[in-house]
Design a protein around this ligand. Structure first.
Ligand SMILES: *Cc1c(COP(=O)(O)O)cnc(C)c1O
Length: 498
């Protein structure tokens, strides 16, 4: 039986998985949500003996019901291969009584690789299934991490091209180097003389430009997005929560049926929503602990029932969580409002107009599996140092936010339930913040000197992703004003001039 997807903003838009993946966002601006969350049809004992790839198939087949077995297995094997530096793909490491689920063993050493390795394959398979003949052109605006992970995912994937826009002076030197050294005939990277918002607005305009869409169609292209609201990113993220529980069973760390908690460092609310779906699929999960940095909109929301983005934006040492509008939260709002699109639309209207909304008591009751808290910059740095000194294990700043929040939760509640913590980035990606947290004496060192020092103290080999950019040649040098993005796209694609 096919599982259908509905938009969070209308009751009439009903599509199959492959159509939802192709569209990304629904026409009405809503996000696609499955009509129901399927239950696992293999026992956790059976899953405990499966590889990551086999687990991925067992989970994803239940959501992507219009993909054939051959299609889905083909996508999975192309995604989770030796781009990852460990066969386990997402290993579980115990330190100081917590299970760290390392989601950073892919091409760009951050958790976005878990979904962006497979999205290109899901997308071209979806295009074939729906008789789309055009080549898919991915347009992405990035503040750093997503751009590189998307480039790595789409590089040399047949039937696709990818164009990434980043703020020329708004990303870290390592992030810029990662992007402008990207290989692949089908990749294009452009620096914008403007900030991230300019890049994002420019990309949105290109998506909304009907005349451009027509020109593209004639030339055999169509735009698509690799944005985190695509269900083609959400579904692959459910896999590693199922896998982590199965691994705990296999290691004998939990007894059959024993509940665990999960703590996730959160920005756009995609990763923790995947954990929520894993719980609904039948994984014994008690609490979902939502960890924020000083941009603590979600903490306030879970505490008060009021979502309020009207506040100063704080730049923190965990930049991938510096977000005031968590776009995936809309899915939880919709579901806890009884899958009622009209109720959700009211909240989203209020968010757009006033920057805030307040949910009802029944919705709060439906969210009681969630617990929110946040960590200050100091608390984040302190836990990196404490964990290193106590165990020798070094975590990145995002992971540290989750670790600090987990400690607060344990102190506040006395809950001793075993906990899986989503480790979302390698410490090598945020080397300076991590090393400074351990000892401020490191601050005088250069970027790559710090990398070598981290490798020494953590006794971990420098990841390939970092080794590569040390010496990699620069392959992209285009810089343009925000008003020139359209002509740059047309030039790259060799499509007529205006
Ligand atoms: C994107 C990202 C997050 C936040 O994940 P969401 O799904 O947006 O909540 C956390 N940590 C890192 C390192 C990230 O790149």
């Amino acid at each position: 039986m096919d599982l259908f997807y509905r938009s969070t903003r209308s009751n009439s838009d009903v599509v199959k998985a492959s159509q939802a993946i192709l569209k990304g966002l629904a026409q009405d601006g809503g996000l696609y949500v499955p009509e129901s969350v399927p239950h696992l049809d293999k026992s956790l004992d059976e899953l405990a003996n499966m590889t990551y790839q086999e687990t991925a198939y067992e989970v994803m087949k239940l959501f992507l019901t219009d993909f054939t077995e051959v299609e889905l297995k083909d996508c999975i094997s192309k995604a989770y291969d030796n781009k990852f530096d460990t066969e386990q793909i997402a290993p579980l490491v115990e330190a100081d009584g917590t299970y760290f689920l390392e989601l950073f063993h892919g091409a760009t050493i951050a958790f976005k690789d878990m979904a962006l390795s497979i999205l290109p394959h899901l997308l071209i398979t979806s295009a074939k299934k729906n008789n789309v003949k055009n080549e898919i052109v991915i347009l992405t605006a990035t503040s750093g991490d997503t751009g590189k992970a998307a480039l790595a995912g789409f590089a040399d994937v047949e039937g696709t091209k990818i164009i990434v826009f980043y703020p020329k002076n708004g990303v870290s030197p390592i992030q810029e180097k990662q992007m402008i050294t990207q290989k692949g005939e089908n990749t294009f990277v452009v620096g914008i003389t403007g900030n991230f918002d300019d890049a994002q607005t420019g990309v949105k305009q290109l998506f909304g430009d009907r005349a451009l869409a027509e020109i593209m169609d004639k030339a055999g292209f169509q735009f698509s997005s690799a944005n985190s609201i695509n269900i083609g990113r959400l579904v692959p993220q459910i896999v590693y929560y199922v896998y982590s529980y199965a691994q705990l069973l296999k290691m004998g760390s939990v007894k059959k049926g024993e509940e665990i908690n999960i703590v996730v460092p959160t920005g756009n609310f995609g990763n923790i929503l995947a954990a929520y779906f894993a719980k609904q699929m039948g994984v014994p999960i008690a609490k979902l602990i939502c960890a924020s940095n000083e941009n603590k909109v979600l903490y306030d929301f879970f505490k008060t029932g009021i979502y309020d983005r009207n506040r100063a934006f704080v730049l923190t040492s965990s930049p991938s969580m510096d977000i005031l509008i968590s776009s995936n939260l809309e899915r939880l709002i919709y579901l806890t409002a009884g899958a009622d699109a009209s109720r959700n639309v009211e909240f989203m209207k209020s968010l757009a107009a006033e920057g805030k909304y307040e949910i009802t008591a029944d919705m709060r009751e439906n969210m009681k599996d969630f617990y929110g808290n946040y960590a200050s910059e100091q608390e984040t740095a302190d836990i990196i140092k404490m964990l290193y000194e106590k165990t020798g294990y070094v975590i990145d700043t995002h992971t540290a936010v989750a670790a600090a929040v987990l400690n607060k939760y344990r102190e506040e509640t006395g809950d001793k339930t075993k906990t899986v913590l989503a480790s979302t980035a390698s410490p090598f990606k945020f080397t300076r913040s991590v090393m400074n947290a351990i000892d401020t004496k490191y601050d005088v060192m250069g970027d790559f000197e710090l990398v070598d020092e981290l490798s020494k103290i953590a006794k971990v080999k420098v990841p390939r992703a970092i080794e590569e950019i040390r010496t990699a040649p620069i392959l992209h040098s285009t810089v343009c004003g925000k008003e020139d993005m359209k002509s740059v796209v047309m030039k790259f694609l060799g499509v007529g001039s205006n």
